[in-house]
Design a protein around this ligand. Sequence first.
Ligand code: MCN
Length: 765
Amino acid sequence: MNRTEDLRLITGRGKYSSDWNLPRQAHAYFLRADRAHAEIVSLDAHRALQQPGVIGVLTGADVAAAGFRSLPCSLPYAGRNDEPLRAPHRPALAQGRVRYVGEPVALVVAETAAVAQDAAELIDIEYRDLPPAVDAAAALAPGAPQLHDGIAGNLAFDYDTGDEAAAERAFRSAHRTVRITLDSQRVVGNPMEPRACVAAFDAASAVYTLHVCTQGVAGLRGQIAAATGIGADKIRIVTEDVGGGFGVRFNVYPETCALMLAAARCRRPVKWTASRSEVFLSDEHGRAVTTECELALDRELRFTAMRFHFLCDLGAYATPTGAFINTRNPTDSMTGVYRVPALYGRFRLVYTNTVPVAAYRGAGRPLMSYALERLVDHAAAELGVDRVELRRRNLIPRDAFPYRTPNAGVYDCGDFEGVLDQALAASQWSGFEPRRADAARRGKLRGIGLASYIEASGAGFAPVDQVEIRFRADGEIALYAVTHSQGQGHETTFAQIVAGVTGLPRERFKLRAGDPDVALTGNATGGSRSLLGAGSVFRLAAEMVVEQGRALAARALGVAAAEIAFDAGTYRVRSSDRSITLEEIEFRHRNAEPHPLSARAEAKFGITYPNGCHVAEVEIDPDTGVARVMRYTAVDDGGTIVNPGVVEGQMHGGVAQGAGQAFGEHAIYDRASGQLLAGSFADYPMPRAGVTRDFAVEEHPVPTQANPLGAKGVGEAGVTGSLPALMNAVLDALRPAGVTQLDMPATPARVWAALQAAPHGRRRQ
Ligand code: MCN
């Protein structure tokens, strides 16, 4: 089934934030910090203000005078010793100090964007430079520059999970122990649509209207209210299409708040569209975690304990999602698909002079699957045992569900061994060695890798998800929800769910996510929860429509409602051949307001555990270090699948995104200056079409009872499975040459250097 939205989107008829224009709008440009760490000694906008066409300049002082607060961040739990997250003040425009290159310092409003940009160059700022710390280890080191008053040692949060003493005992009595340290490097989300915002202020009603890209208006409205002190009822957000989110369109950004202030001050709408350079310098970044991983095994090669120490770089400030995704998300599935009696995980979250870090597709889950599955492969290599056999011996068996993990999570259902077997068969795992030999004849190093992953999808911050099905007088059936599609195909799948229950034609539905005139609350898109959250509630609402229709059908047919059966859009009297369709009922009441079939439902469906096994095959050219993905097989348990085409697309996108991190993407900061060296597409390679060849996606569904659809989340699974599968394949190709460890990204330069340094790397295999 094709995606409803595709024709509109690929023929250029999408309406993105920058497509909005308001009468009398002015244009904005942000002057950003050009250094990583410095005190602002003075700021003089005098010359800028004199430029023809300049309307105004705002600085941190204006933001403070307006009573704006800090951009929000809180965690609903404490860390070790009951210590809460230490979140510093984060103003919309810098006040007194800048802490990363790209931090907004001043906002220039002018008649055109070009005039605003030119004028910004005339703002005189005197800085007193301070030394920067651009990675977590450097920021924690004794004598490191201190970023925030009152946050000694730059330590934002210290959190742990599991039983430290039990893990220690298990490691002491282990037959073998294995250890590896892995880096999940900092990456830039880079949605196709750069951020943009048109802010307007209506003085009569004191209402702000924002056209801004977001993953969910309700959450964003709350965050803006917290950041500015403006009542949520005075903030109206209008968003239609969003060109990619990947987690970095979830939180409020400083620029949005500053633009609101500008609109109120100038009494004109103010528009800003980010350049791609600003995406690199001011969109939240992802990952940036180093993990020490340890595994203890007994004589039968059963896992007896695991231990993980995570060092997480939060960037210069805490974002609403940054601390959460670096603690709770990896915690939820820390032992993966394996039985592990003892576990300990410790997380240290650190402030550095870099762009703040937040959720990025997978949001902590790929970090965990990567650590775990690299560790298991490393153990198999160190111990000289078969990596499939090692996994199989430790998998949680089919009859162990519901399975309680050592840190108190509960996996409700799954078939991990079945998934593994299906992946081995689909990838022709057992026939690999001839493919390796064939590659060797061609002078190439071929490797195969697998990863069994599990992740917790769908917790959601909001206490409830509300949706509405509204039958309108113009014949449209509007579906209202808060969760906002950024490319996931909600327009197709939500309509499919409601059409499936009601029998009404799918084409009649129009998804109106985040409609500002329909007050709904609920979760933003994130955590791969839209389908199991909002989608499940749409199913409940659709069932309400059918029941409301049954009462109307009974009246129309002159029988009791209990005598009426409903099937595929038609109500039939059980004892006769009389019937009426839901569409006829809808038409009869078309002018009623509200329409008697309209329904609003709310509920909250929680965590599910999608899982899978991915197998990657790569070929490396030892002369250049270039790695190519020759085959990729994904077998996933997404529970009941609503739309196989959409899910396959999500898998392709997720795996490509994983390949981006595995092979090239790396937001590199210069240690001495704190400048972002990989700050454009010239220095930052995005994955391209063809990054994976010969792609096979299969399902191995085990429906969950956790929601009425039986569905598990799929939006992030491709990334969570692919990072370890791809890198395990790279290591498998390199191990015969003597390479035992390689960090992402496996760029040609790194792979080539690793081969040069390896005992047998220089010789052609
Ligand atoms: N689906 C289905 N059957 C299932 C599960 C899902 O048919 N069992 C469908 C859903 O109806 C939906 C799609 O698959 O159309 C993804 O659903 P879901 O797993 O619920 O994930 P979300 O819609 O909540 O999307 C969020 C997830 C996340 S967290 C990120 S990040 C991400 C992603 O999805 N960012 C994306 N996929 C993306 N895809 C695009 N094109 N752009 C992004 O920014």
